[in-house]
Design a protein around this ligand. Structure first.
Ligand code: FAD
Length: 368
């Protein structure tokens, strides 16, 4: 049954229909639950579709499938972002998941034991809500970006598509994570490029099919089974996942050097309308691309459901003091791989087993 036009109180409302929301939908469907997935984008897969044109995933196809449907590509290949988007769209159709696109929830609140989600005067009511809105919700850009000379073209990596967006002249890429390294290498083919940031290490092998066969299985095992909230090393590593850039995976510092990309320390601010380093060096550039990551944005949720920093109070996706509220797809929700394609299925399967069937919850409450 496609129940995207269900009215009345839903068993479960999933907000966000990316890979996390869809994987959860698969498991809820298998339980024959009444649920609805609401997504802000016009088309399923848009979160991937809207990333830059040349993006290919780091994770081989053999690890990119969601439950019930292997990724349809050579197992050792690295799909393009459009192939991932197409796969997700096909996934929703294949399992007839009830996805309603074009709905950006702007208010979520709770009254008694029901949740209400609203968008443009429309409203949905549910016993359980799962927030699966991803961990790249709001671009993080330093405040001093506003002081750049308006003649400098600047945008965040989430808005970067290809070098055609740049004007002539040098480019500064800020941030030496994987996005910064990949975008820096690409723009260096047409523009003199400076890349500013603190290197966070690199994987010790060349990325490609051989790594997919021998090395990435080890990375996947560590990301899924070693670095978890159940292990001391995982608990120690978890906070740094939000604050530190991941090691460089495909584009390494030697590739950047070979392409003539100049590496500099972090940008400290703006002076006379231009980016400046801590030692006072002005970077005379015409373009700036902020590859400075993302921050969480739950401003559309009732603050009573969040902690003092407006972040989820949860353990493994289960809200600690709001019964019926769940989160999925967040960075290190349970393991290092939680916010990636290889980690989506396990977290979704776990959460599907935690979400109470409404009648059982009402009965449990009556019995206490
Ligand atoms: P998203 O894909 O972000 O989906 C969330 C959905 O929620 C979106 O469709 C959005 O429209 C919707 N939404 C948001 N707010 C609302 C709202 N208020 N109301 C309704 N809907 C809303 N992972 C890998 O496994 N391999 C890779 O190689 C890889 N490369 C990456 C490269 C980049 C540049 C980035 C940014 C991420 C990469 N990832 C990779 C990480 C990860 O797989 C993605 O971020 C993934 O898209 C997360 O899936 P998700 O479902 O949690 O969130």
């Amino acid at each position: 049954m496609n129940n995207s036009d269900v009215t009345g109180t839903l068993d479960t409302l999933i907000i966000g229909g990316g890979q996390a929301g869809l994987a959860l939908g698969y498991y809820l469907k298998a339980q024959d639950r009444t649920f609805l997935i609401l997504d802000a984008s016009p088309r399923t897969g848009d979160a991937w579709r809207q990333r830059w044109d040349s993006l290919r995933v780091f994770t081989p196809a053999k690890y990119d499938g969601l439950p019930g449907l292997p990724f349809p590509a050579d197992r050792l290949s690295f799909p393009s972002k459009d192939e991932v988007a197409g796969y997700l769209e096909g996934y929703a159709a294949r399992f007839d998941l009830p996805v309603l696109n074009g709905v950006r929830i702007d208010h979520l609140w709770r009254e008694d034991d029901r949740f209400f989600a609203a968008c443009n005067g429309r409203r949905w009511e549910a016993h359980n809500v799962v927030v699966a809105t991803g961990c790249s919700q709001a671009p993080k850009i330093p405040d001093f970006a506003a002081e750049l000379d308006p003649a400098v073209v600047q945008f965040h990596s989430s808005e970067y598509r290809n070098p055609g967006q740049l004007q002539e002249g040098p480019v500064l890429v800020v941030g030496l994570g994987n996005s910064g390294a990949e975008i820096g290498l690409e723009v260096s083919r047409s523009h003199p490029t400076v890349l500013a940031g603190k290197p966070g290490g690199e994987i010790p092998v060349k990325h490609g099919p051989t790594a997919a066969r021998y090395f990435l299985p080890v990375v996947r095992f560590v990301g899924l089974h070693v670095l978890t909230l159940n292990s001391p090393i995982g608990r120690k590593a978890a906070p740094s996942f939000k604050t530190h850039a991941a090691p460089l995976i495909r584009t390494k510092s030697k590739d950047l050097a070979a392409a003539g990309v100049r590496l500099t320390p972090r940008v400290a601010g703006v002076e006379s309308g231009l980016p400046v380093l801590a030692d006072g060096t002005l970077l005379e550039v015409s373009n700036v691309i902020w590859c400075t990551g993302f921050r969480d944005d739950f401003s559309w949720m009732d603050p009573a459901m969040l902690d003092g920093d407006a972040l989820p109070r949860q353990r493994r996706g289960v809200a600690l003091d709001t019964p019926g509220l769940f989160f999925l797809g967040q960075e290190f929700m349970y393991a290092a791989a939680s916010a990636t394609l290889p980690g989506a299925s396990r977290d979704a399967r776990y959460l599907a087993a935690q979400i109470p069937v409404p009648s059982r919850r009402v009965a449990a409450r009556a019995a206490t």
